[in-house]
Design a protein around this ligand. Structure first.
Ligand SMILES: Cc1cc2nc3c(=O)[nH]c(=O)nc-3n(C[C@H](O)[C@H](O)[C@H](O)COP(=O)(O)O)c2cc1C
Length: 136
């Protein structure tokens, strides 16, 4: 069975700042390791972009919990596809702060206000995130 990959974006609620994000990451790395899930979380000024990779069933259980989590809102799925190869196979949950210009670059491509997100080439979103992660 090929692995599955989910990318979403969301906005942190007042319950989540950079300090308690560290607690979320600690929990995530521990759980993801047990469940064989890898990925990265990118954060800037309350905007969250997260990539999750792993077994489809494990991922859907986790994504249900993430979507119900009150620490963020407006969870919007950008990518949900099977993948032959993971992009972040060595990270149980990597973390980077985006630069302002990277977030702007991302917003140009994923223009949610114009509802273009679902017309996007999912691979180009993943390529962009990987480039952000590697160059930051
Ligand atoms: C932005 C964000 C990202 C999260 N990422 C993960 C993750 O990668 N892995 C994980 O186990 N929990 C993650 N969580 C936490 C889950 O939403 C949830 O709190 C956790 O799975 C425990 O769920 P439970 O309290 O229902 O057992 C994340 C939460 C937030 C707000």
């Amino acid at each position: 069975m090929p692995d599955h990959c989910i990318v979403y974006r969301s906005h942190s609620s007042e319950l989540l700042d950079e300090n308690n994000l560290a607690t979320v990451l600690l929990h995530s790395r521990c759980h993801n390791k047990k469940a064989g899930i890898t990925g990265v979380l990118l954060f800037l000024h309350g905007q969250i972009i997260q990539v999750l990779e792993g077994d489809q069933h494990e991922l859907s259980l986790l994504y249900d919990r993430i979507q119900r989590d009150k620490r963020h809102t407006n969870v919007t799925t950008l990518v949900s596809q099977s993948v032959n190869q993971r992009l972040f196979s060595s990270w149980n949950m990597g973390y980077k702060t985006l630069t302002t210009s990277q977030l702007e670059e991302f917003n140009v491509i994923v223009d949610l206000n114009n509802k273009k997100a679902f017309n996007l080439n999912q691979q180009s979103i993943l390529d962009l995130i990987q480039a952000f992660y590697n160059t930051n």
